[in-house]
Write a protein that binds this ligand. Structure first.
Ligand SMILES: [Zn+2]
Length: 260
């Protein structure tokens, strides 16, 4: 089974650029073999804490995610399953012991990342994230553009604006409301589920804008959560960080297209 660290080599292979130095994960064949041309534009949506069990419980609601990104790949998260550990691996192609974030901490990564590889290859990258979240902090000091936003809605607005007025080769957009709310309640609490639904709706909206803007360009869009969740028996609240299946199993969705 692939790990979430396979995202970086997959993107590099699709865009025909060298992988970051130190990347060890394999590109995901189910994705790369479907590519008919070199990918010129990529939109990577990273919603926090959407696990495989949540997909299984709400399959029908993924209809628009699957429409935009029909290639489904079950992947394994990283241990310990905390956000900076996971996205550290997702955007370097390395295991936590190799990239150095192996517990809940948010230092700037010292190893080569997908963003270094993209910048070296002359690609323009926008990283759009909520202020002080893992993704906002651990990939700093690269030759890419950082958009630090107040919260999820501003992230979405920013990406829509960039798709309208600018011309990036790769956009990474991070959202965290489901994770925030499930930590304060449980992963199946109504308010958390509403936030999860907003992430699904956001992906649909971003996919439409991306597809409209780059309708004549070979492109990839992906839905890339970092880990799942479980209820902590001690607090009774939503949590993650263990190597249990509810935390470790996630599903990624990829869509390759040209034309409307
Ligand atoms: Zn969390």
């Amino acid at each position: 089974m692939y790990g979430i660290d396979s995202v970086t080599p997959t993107v590099c292979k699709l865009m025909n650029i060298p992988e970051p130095e130190g990347a060890t994960a394999e590109p995901i064949k189910e994705v790369t073999e479907k590519a008919e041309e070199i990918v010129e534009k990529a939109l990577l949506y990273a919603p926090d804490a959407i696990g495989e069990w949540l997909f299984q419980a709400h399959k029908d609601e993924f209809i628009h995610v699957i429409e935009a990104a029909p290639i489904q790949v079950e992947v394994r998260s990283m241990t310990p399953s905390y956000t900076p550990v996971c996205y550290g691996s997702m955007f370097t192609g390395m295991k936590p012991e190799a990239h150095g974030i192996n517990k809940y901490m948010k230092p700037v990564l010292k190893v080569e990342t997908l963003f270094d590889a993209l910048a070296k290859a002359g690609k323009r990258v926008a990283l759009v994230a909520v202020k002080d979240c893992s993704i906002d902090l651990i990939f700093r000091e690269r030759d890419i553009d950082y958009y630090t936003e107040e919260y999820d809605p501003q992230v979405v607005e920013r990406v829509l604006k960039l798709l309208e007025d600018d011309d990036y080769d790769v956009i990474v957009a991070y959202n965290q409301e489901y994770d925030d709310l499930m930590h304060g309640s449980t992963p199946t609490a109504p308010e958390a589920i509403e936030a999860f639904r907003r992430h699904l709706g956001t992906f649909k909206k971003l996919a439409e804008a991306f597809n409209t803007r780059y309708s004549d360009t070979y492109r990839v869009i992906a839905f890339l959560p970092d880990h799942g969740t479980h209820v902590d028996p001690e607090t009774g609240k939503g949590s993650h960080g263990t190597d249990g299946p509810d935390d470790m199993e996630v599903r990624h969705f990829w869509g390759l297209s040209k034309g409307e």
